[in-house]
Design a protein around this ligand. Structure first.
Ligand SMILES: [Fe+2]
Length: 241
């Protein structure tokens, strides 16, 4: 979510030990969002969640998560104190199969909104998907495509394809439209908005996306539907040729 980032802090840091209060925030957020996601979310999220043995009770032990990811997809998560990072740089880091997560979690009084992506977004939203081999491969390809792109315009465009794909996309599954993007997984407001009448839901179309802006501080008015994971992989494959 909210990936227009201001660089603060120095980079990769050791995994933080979270306090009792911070784990309570995780539990409250998980319980609420798991209910919201019922019937609305892609089954991939639950598949990855189960494969990694994640719990709604506490923030995961990231060393354990990394052991499992290594076996499943050869990915790794890294903790960073960069709280706000340029979208293009964030996507570029994916080329090394490393997914950065923040060390910050919102306060109990701010349960429904965080202006910066926090642990709940990064870990509840993103991390389960890293256990799905095809998804992990697609994310790596987005990273490689951004690194390979020759100019800023193309880098921005590829980042935007990711934004409307893995970050805020919808996907067809068993004849229904499901939430797919990590920003929808981790935000009750974004999820509710996505399934409301206020949002135009249209087929994922690179040409339409090219002319759209990213508005990280407003709810989307247009979201894009992927046919399946192959569809997103074909999109990024074109940028790797
Ligand atoms: Fe994100």
């Amino acid at each position: 979510m909210k990936n227009q980032k201001i660089i603060q802090g120095g980079g990769v840091i050791p995994f933080k030990k979270f306090s009792k209060e911070e784990n309570e925030v995780w539990k409250l957020l998980c319980e609420k969002q798991m209910k919201n996601l019922r019937g609305k979310a892609t089954k991939l999220h639950k598949q990855g969640w189960d494969a990694l043995g994640m719990s709604t009770e506490y923030i995961p032990n990231f060393l354990e998560i990394n052991k499992k990811l290594k076996k499943l997809t050869s990915w790794e998560i890294e903790m960073t104190d960069i709280t706000y990072e340029n979208n293009v740089e964030w996507v570029g880091a994916l080329a090394d199969k490393k997914h950065r997560i923040t060390n910050f979690i919102r306060k109990k009084k701010d349960l429904d909104y965080t202006p910066l992506p926090d642990i709940f977004h990064d870990v509840f939203g993103h991390v389960p998907f890293l256990a799905i081999p095809q998804y992990a491969r697609i994310l790596e390809k987005f990273g490689r495509a951004i690194v390979k792109a020759k100019n800023k315009e193309n880098k921005d465009h590829i980042a935007k394809l990711g934004w409307y794909g893995y970050e805020f996309g919808l996907i067809k599954e068993d004849g229904e439209i499901k939430a797919f993007g990590t920003g929808l997984m981790s935000s009750s407001g974004e999820l509710q908005n996505a399934f409301s009448e206020k949002v135009l839901k249209v087929p994922y179309d690179e040409k339409v996306i090219r002319n759209l802006d990213i508005s990280p501080h407003e709810f989307h008015r247009k979201l894009f539907i992927l046919e399946n994971l192959d569809h997103l992989e074909e999109v990024v494959n074109r940028w790797l040729k």
